[in-house]
Design a binder for this molecule. Structure first.
Ligand code: GDP
Length: 195
């Protein structure tokens, strides 16, 4: 799939503002705060400024909708596990994510982001289990591969695969900095959309 343009559509602070009147297929993207979600969206879009990236985690507290040509909506869900947020706030974001995942009739797959350098968190594992339970196809994307040595990659992938209980080949390795993995992510999306 060759996406020409990804544009920001709107942000939702509440799931009540969500309506799928566009009837486009939706690909959602989740991960813990600071995992590199905005950077991956920018990488896919080929636009460094589309989604805000920040060194301060926890800023993305809204559901942001982006439209890729007339093909699909990219649904940027709030990052979870931001340690400095209050439990109340964290619960609110978790509820928002879950409500969206339950409400959307157009959801075709979820891209779950994990940092290549770290074992997945309990929240990552719970998210994956939840998605599998509800039969939502999942694309697992490991971020920030430029931050490890090439020689460390097999081990890091193995740890992720073991903890997430998936095959090593199911993990797409990416770097928003070098662009590695962009085509693999796009071809997974194409496959899911049957394009
Ligand atoms: P978000 O909170 O998940 O949206 O994460 P961001 O996209 O804002 O990224 C968090 C931090 O990690 C920022 O400082 C980014 O510049 C950095 N980052 C994200 N992706 C990569 C990557 O692939 N390589 C490197 N070296 N840094 C990255």
């Amino acid at each position: 799939m060759n996406i020409k343009n990804i544009r920001f559509v709107k942000s939702l602070s509440n799931i009540n503002q969500y309506n799928d009147s566009e009837k486009l297929p939706e690909i959602a993207i989740v991960g813990r705060s600071n995992v590199g979600k905005s950077s991956i969206i920018n990488m896919i879009a080929g636009n460094k400024k589309l989604a805000k990236t920040s060194a301060t985690p926890g800023r993305t507290r809204l559901i942001n909708l982006f439209q890729a040509d007339d093909e699909f909506l990219l649904v940027d869900l709030p990052g979870y596990g931001y340690a400095k947020a209050s439990t109340d706030e964290q619960n609110k974001w978790a509820a928002m994510i879950e409500e969206y995942l339950h409400t959307s009739e157009q959801l075709k797959a979820v891209i779950l982001l994990v940092d290549i350098r770290h074992a997945p968190s309990e929240k990552d594992k719970q998210m994956l289990e939840w998605l599998v339970h509800f039969n939502v196809p999942v694309i697992i994307v490991a971020t920030k591969v430029d931050k490890i040595k090439k020689s460390e990659l097999p081990k890091c992938k193995q740890i992720l695969a073991r903890d997430l209980k998936v095959g090593v080949d199911n993990i797409i390795v990416t770097s928003a900095q070098t662009g590695v993995g962009k085509n693999a992510v796009l071809s997974s999306i194409s496959q899911i959309l049957g394009k």
